[in-house]
Design a binder for this molecule. Sequence first.
Ligand code: ADP
Ligand code: MG
Length: 678
Amino acid sequence: MEALFQDIQYLKGIGPKRSRQFKRLGVDNVFDLLWYVPRAYFNRGHPDPIKSLKPGEPAAVRAIVKGTHASRSRRGLHIFKALIQDETGLLTAVWFNQPFLNSMINTGQELFISGKVRAAQGLMELNVSEYEILDASSQHIDVLPVYGLTEGLSQKTIRGLILNTLNEYLHHYPDILSPELKQEYDLCDIGFAFHNLHFPQDGTAYLRARKRLALEELLLFQFSLRQEQNKLQVDSYVMHLPQNNLLQRLRDKLPFVLTSAQARVLEEIYEDMRAPRQMNRLLQGDVGSGKTVVAALSMAGAVASGYQAAIMAPTEILAEQHYQSLQQMFQAHGTEVARLTGSTSAGERRSILEALASGEIDILAGTHALIQDEVQFKRLGLAVIDEQHRFGVKQRAALGFKGEAPDLLVMTATPIPRTLALTLYGDLSVSIIDQMPPGRKKVETRFVQNRNADRVYRFIARKIKEEAAQAYIVCPLVEESEKQDLVAAINLYEELRQGIFSHLEVGLIHGRLKALEKEQIMHSFKAGKIKVLVSTTVIEVGVDVRAASIMVVMHAERFGLSQLHQLRGRVGRGEKQSYCFLLGDPHTEDGCKRLMIMENTDDGFKLAQHDLLLRGAGEFWGVKQHGLNQLKVADLLKDLKLMELSQILVQELGKVKADWMKVYIERKFKKSQDIVNN
Ligand code: ADP
Ligand code: MG
């Protein structure tokens, strides 16, 4: 096995210079080389006839060179053209800035080229991106891999080296699947898989190879997650959830009846809490479906059983809001609720830590300040994570280690398919609130171009006058910088306050304000004093102000669907008809599409699916959090079946092949970044 991790420098035909070039590609050793997945393939067996080419489309052509011509443009760009011909017609192939081609490509040669077609003065032209001069030695192979290149390395060099490696080193690569498993699940050998990933014999062989290697990646990915999570698979408290006291009283005092979906998931949670194993449950529910009250009643269950409970939120505003509502709910019952965030003063913090350790505090609401080592509970029985997608695996694990294996409940409004959830979260069970509280009106959603912003402002002014409406106006991140973000919000705030809303109370809230200031502003917005609240994205998640009925999102094209839906979810919580205006000037097709989907869909589950498809799983989930970007072959959206299989197999393999899997994970997943880092 050591042979696999031999430095590439010592391979045949590679010296220090070549090895540096490969290292630029992230290829350090034999192992990396085997996993250097082609980014495309040349299929010389199925060229496009020249007659069939259409401008604007990609094409691959196999033809004979009839003549060549090298020239320079006025700006000094080297242009090389070759007139080529197949049985169906003539075509001009064009290369830019490769002066050396003049001595390489000659009349009479056979070429295989691919690139994009365009129409030029009556004749088709092909802008060449890949080319191959066919000679006797390469004639017999139809499908060739195309690799990502770096300066100084050619396709030929990489292909040659990979071919050598396959022949000389591949037998060192352990096949983690037994013959029985391979037969049972119709999987090929690992050797066959690597050969046919790089040099597929034919389409069928390629698909088999791909399947095997995608599974290999998913298996190892699963395994690495399990390593983290196994630490969580431990015994935990048995809670008795006595029905006669706190629990019942709280439920009776709710200002509404739980929806049947809420009641069902609450029962699922209680069942887990009563069991002797640590709960690991994901609660998915659309924005506004009422997850908070489920969390609160779960925490009440822990407190009623004599344990402490904690809830962790991604922003201070949200933590504060949880604190306020829990306080209100529990106050009359002698239950002690506290809050801990980054801006809790040192003195207050000290006394909170003491009261937590002594068991005086029953419920703690906070931000990630809550997972610091100094925070020690006396008997933490339940930990809730709100808006899970904002946290990483590590933070969840950190909370799971507090005390003696508390039950864990993670909540998200950004739902993902169950299989994917199981992959990303390993052993999580999933509960879904698939029903909205009664009486919710659909939020009228309109996409409005920037130049019509004034109409929206006039509409808001009218609604405030006529029906005492309140509005949020959210400015997004501009140019990826918090500072710019702030400037944009401040400018808009000043403009509105001195302009169209000069007769009204306008507020400004953003992440840089002190906790107390934020609190005061949210408070006067809730109290109805502030009518228009200009904000950066700090209010994106979770904030609950029932009277607010208008949401304006500036530069809406910069947000993803799930984020827009989160923002829109801030309104439509009361009796009034609510409105969401998405302002923007989308320049891309995707941007337009997103805004149109928003106008037509108010189902967060459907939006999350769209989002996954439009943005890809990595982008959607924040690639770095999961090491997903190390998956080179597997596709999280398409390989759901394989994902299920990997979940079955990882159990067994984890026992017998753990050593190799650990090495592998080290190489493959932890190379550029810690998989659970974040
Ligand atoms: P989310 O699931 O997005 O976190 P919240 O928990 O903030 O949603 O709930 C949204 C609003 O709906 C809150 O104002 C809450 O009081 C209210 N609510 C929750 N459950 C019910 C219910 N069963 N009937 C009526 N209103 C409810
Ligand atoms: Mg919420």
